[in-house]
Design a protein around this ligand. Structure first.
Ligand SMILES: NC(=O)C1=CN([C@@H]2O[C@H](COP(=O)(O)OP(=O)(O)OC[C@H]3O[C@@H](n4cnc5c(N)ncnc54)[C@H](O)[C@@H]3O)[C@@H](O)[C@H]2O)C=CC1
Ligand SMILES: O=C(CO)COP(=O)(O)O
Length: 318
């Protein structure tokens, strides 16, 4: 019996599938397998990583019926529509949300979308600092597995950990997924700073103040501060704001440098900046960097004007 299934054969879904297949059978669902089955490699999203024989591929969601754990690794803005069509295939299992972001249509994170569409499921969140390419190469990685259920949480932690992938357990789903959502927005801002040539000192200031607004939003929405200080918040913020491997960082850097961003890359921080700006405005939470990123990606502000506006804010206590 296949115990673990993964939905979404992007870079992250494929990397998780390759890693978890070292421990037992895994089934990976893609809406379009293209040449993956023939090549035994996901050349489009995770080139150079062979797919092990314990990993099977399918385009038919009915093939996932034997899996007790389903990891959902779709881009955030695709998740709601996918669930509207396919929730009956997923209900009643342990569903692990792997997307990072906030849904523009509903203002919800991935775990809330899963719980709403699949009321009989046990929902968890897997998040933290990890590039798909690192996981797939078996490099050491530590992530947060958040699940409110006191029995399912430890079981999932054990089943999804490997010698190279170390999962820390939490019951704070709100904090875990808001850290992963906001860090992408701040990474775009960090990229803008570096692309515009404003320097490492400016980036450190922006990361720190970005962390402050991540914490402010998450605590307001019921998260525990220590969650944000962990892998899913600070850990992922540091990784994403400082690495060329980050698509959000590279996107921001292109904007800052006045060059064209890469085509076809999943850059979750773009829509999430807009979703969180709306959420923060409705709740009266001050999130100046997120609001600035939303305005720049929406074409309402230039990077230079956004930086000037941030520096001109009234002086305040830290
Ligand atoms: N790539 C990474 O290093 C990491 C990614 N993530 C998160 O994982 C999520 C997925 O990202 P990636 O795998 O990197 O994206 P990706 O850009 O590599 O792949 C996205 C995949 O989703 C598929 N897809 C898009 N819409 C779909 C739909 N409606 N139905 C079925 N399949 C659909 C595409 O065909 C593509 O294969 C994002 O939320 C991202 O933030 C989290 C941690 C690390
Ligand atoms: O979430 C990630 C690292 O933890 C991947 O970051 P990007 O989506 O910016 O590439």
């Amino acid at each position: 019996m296949t115990a673990i299934a993964i939905i979404g054969a992007g870079a992250f879904g494929t990397a998780l599938a390759v890693t978890l297949a070292q421990q037992g059978p895994v089934i990976l669902w893609a809406r379009d397998l293209r040449d993956m089955a023939r090549d035994r490699e996901n050349r489009a999203r995770l080139p150079g990583v062979p797919l092990p024989t314990s990993l099977s591929l399918t385009q038919d969601l009915a093939d996932l019926s034997a899996a007790s754990i389903v990891l959902v690794a779709l881009p955030m803005q695709q998740l709601g529509a996918f669930l509207a069509r396919n929730a009956t295939h997923l209900d009643g299992r342990s569903l692990v949300a792997c997307s990072k972001g906030v849904d523009l249509a509903s203002g919800k994170g991935p775990s809330a979308l899963l719980a709403q569409a699949c009321p009989g499921a046990t929902v968890a969140v897997l998040t933290g600092p990890s590039f798909a390419a690192d996981i797939a190469r078996g490099l050491p990685t530590a992530l947060t597995l958040a699940c409110a259920d006191p029995v399912a949480g430890p079981a999932l932690q054990a089943q999804l950990s490997t010698p190279a992938l170390r999962l820390y357990r939490s019951t704070d789903l709100t904090g875990a997924e808001l850290g992963g959502a906001v860090k992408n927005v701040i990474a775009i801002a960090a990229g803008m700073v570096m692309g515009a040539g404003l320097g490492d000192s400016a980036r450190a200031a922006l990361m720190t103040r970005g962390y402050a607004e991540m914490l402010r939003l998450a605590v307001h929405l019921g998260a525990r501060p220590e969650t944000l200080a962990g892998l899913s918040g600070l850990g992922d913020l540091v990784l994403t704001c400082t690495s060329d491997l980050s698509r959000n960082f590279r996107f921001g850097r292109a904007l800052g440098a006045g060059s064209a961003p890469e085509e076809g890359a999943t850059v979750e921080g773009v829509a999430t900046a807009r979703a969180i700006t709306a959420l923060a405005r409705n709740r009266g939470i001050d999130m100046p960097i997120t609001t600035m990123v939303a305005a720049v990606v929406g074409g309402e502000l230039t990077v230079a004007d956004a930086m000037t506006a941030l520096m001109a804010r009234p002086l305040k206590e830290e």
